[in-house]
Design a binder for this molecule. Structure first.
Ligand code: UD1
Ligand code: MG
Length: 459
């Protein structure tokens, strides 16, 4: 049976007080709407129709999903009016599932159950009981049978006492939906076309109305303000943290843990407080992450320790660290950093687009950019690769067992042969043969019995 999904995302989101359309605000690193689209895509819909209005161009450019199409609603005359715009794009029959672009955490299982409850012939509403139902559409029942949804602003005091509310999500027989949409009127407290009016129409037409509930309230929480966005973020992060801990990850504090993408962990991984994981991050067995690290698009090998305040940003190229490596504190790994096993990167060392073979060490205050570094190299404090000539980037190649003293400048392109030694303070502009010592600095001059100038007294 055909499944169409309609996602409502035309509203303004006034209470966000932001120039960014509401559905593009981010939760766990992805826009609210992208969350809903990913869930929708997992349901195997034939068509996903997103209704845009406020900031339509920006919204349409920012999100993606298979079988996605956009329908614009200008102006926005209510939720019923929104779905009316999508009606011509729907199949003739089957089921239409309505979701909201600002309710990001609806689970696929819940949505699927709603579609099944509809089965192409019943009107299935997702409802929930709330302690405070203010603002929501109330589910009006006659005994067990659902009779209608009444919007808060149109409700009588008795109806306002009802705690079962409509979550904004429903699954509807598509052919019926088209008929009902055509009959909507806007003679209500808000002068809007309410989608929720189709419930009374279903009852009048003898179409069964059923109600299903989500497993957890967080699935139906919408975002209307920065406070609600932050609250939902914490609820979501808590869920992710518990999921990782249940799989054996030891988090120092689940309340100070943020995943904005996909984090994959092996056995016996330990993560201290205030760490942020973005994009695709993999931590192999026995990895330890110190406090206050930010790690994005990176793979960290087994037994490696990332000390506090380390920033690893693999960006598009990715960054990899081998096994039993020691990184940080205060290290910075950038895109294309490929570190082998047992590599040591210490404080204030930056590595970009460079390969470091097993056991290479750069422990203090250094820069390695566009470099190929051999096994067991010792790269001294304050040394840098001068990889950029103002127009082009060049490579530095450092052979195995090279010792680079402190405060050296390696002007690329340049090659240091295996086992070469570079004297501290050298500026190296020419290749250095294997096994040799290169010193390229001003010779020390010593003047005996030197008398320093004395300050002249004022007359
Ligand atoms: C709606 C429901 C209410 C339910 C509540 C749950 C109606 C009439 N009421 O009320 O029963 O309890 O959601 O949160 O449906 N939108 C458009 N175009 C419009 C108007 C809204 O795309 O013209 C979108 C909004 O961007 C939002 C969604 O539809 O994603 C819901 O709109 P909103 O104004 O928040 O509806 P509520 O008044 O909260
Ligand atoms: Mg709302």
């Amino acid at each position: 049976m055909a499944l169409d999904i309609v996602i409502m995302a035309a509203g303004k989101g006034t209470r966000m007080k932001s120039s960014l359309p509401k559905v593009l605000h981010k939760l766990a690193g992805r826009s609210l709407l992208q969350h809903v689209l990913e869930t929708a895509a997992s349901l195997g819909a034939d068509r996903i129709i997103t209704i845009t209005g406020h900031g339509a161009e920006q919204v349409e450019a920012a999100v993606q999903a298979p079988h996605l199409q956009f329908v614009r609603q200008m102006p926005q005359l209510g939720t019923g009016h929104a779905v009316q715009q999508a009606a011509p794009s729907l199949h003739a029959d089957g089921t239409t599932l309505i979701l909201n672009g600002d309710v990001p955490l609806i689970r696929a299982e819940t949505a699927r159950a709603l579609v099944e409850a509809c089965g192409g012939e019943r009107l299935a509403l997702l409802t929930i009981e709330l302690a405070d139902a203010t603002g929501y559409g109330r589910i009006v029942r006659d005994g067990e049978a659902v009779r209608a949804i009444v919007e808060h602003k149109d409700a009588t005091p008795a109806q306002r006492a009802i705690r079962e509310v409509y979550t904004g999500m429903m699954a509807v027989p598509t052919a019926r939906l088209r008929q009902w949409l055509a009959q909507l009127r806007c003679d209500n407290a808000q002068g809007e076309y309410y989608l929720t009016d189709i419930v009374a129409m279903a009852v009048a037409d003898g179409v069964p109305v059923v109600a299903a509930q989500p497993a957890a309230e967080v699935e139906v929480l919408g975002v209307n303000s920065p406070v609600q966005l932050a609250e939902l973020e914490r609820l979501h992060q808590r869920t992710l943290a518990v999921r990782h801990m249940d799989a054996g990850v030891r988090l120092a504090d689940p309340a100070r843990f943020d995943v904005r993408g996909t984090l994959t962990c092996g056995a016996d991984v330990e993560i201290d407080v205030n760490c942020v994981f973005e994009g695709e991050v993999t931590l192999a067995d026995n990895v330890r992450i110190g406090a206050n690290c930010v790690i994005r698009n990176a793979r960290i090998g087994a037994g490696t320790v990332i000390h506090p305040f380390t920033h690893i940003d693999g960006e598009a190229l990715g960054a990899t660290v081998g096994e039993r490596a020691l990184i940080g504190p205060f290290a910075r790994l950038r895109p294309g950093a490929e570190l082998g096993d047992e590599v040591h990167i210490g404080n204030f060392v930056e590595v970009k687009n460079s390969t470091l073979a097993r056991g290479a060490k750069a422990n203090h205050l250094a820069y390695l950019g566009d470099a190929t570094v051999g096994e067991r190299v010792n790269y001294g404090a304050g040394s840098i690769t001068a990889n950029y000539d103002g127009a082009n980037k060049h490579r530095t190649t450092i052979g195995a067992d090279v010792h680079v003293g402190s405060n050296c400048v390696l002007v690329a392109p340049v090659t240091l042969g295996n086992g070469a030694t570079i004297g501290g303070g050298s500026t190296i502009t020419k290749d250095v043969p294997a096994g040799s010592l290169a010193v390229a600095r001003g010779k020390q001059m010593v003047l005996d019995g030197w008398t320093r100038p004395v300050k002249q007294k004022k007359a």
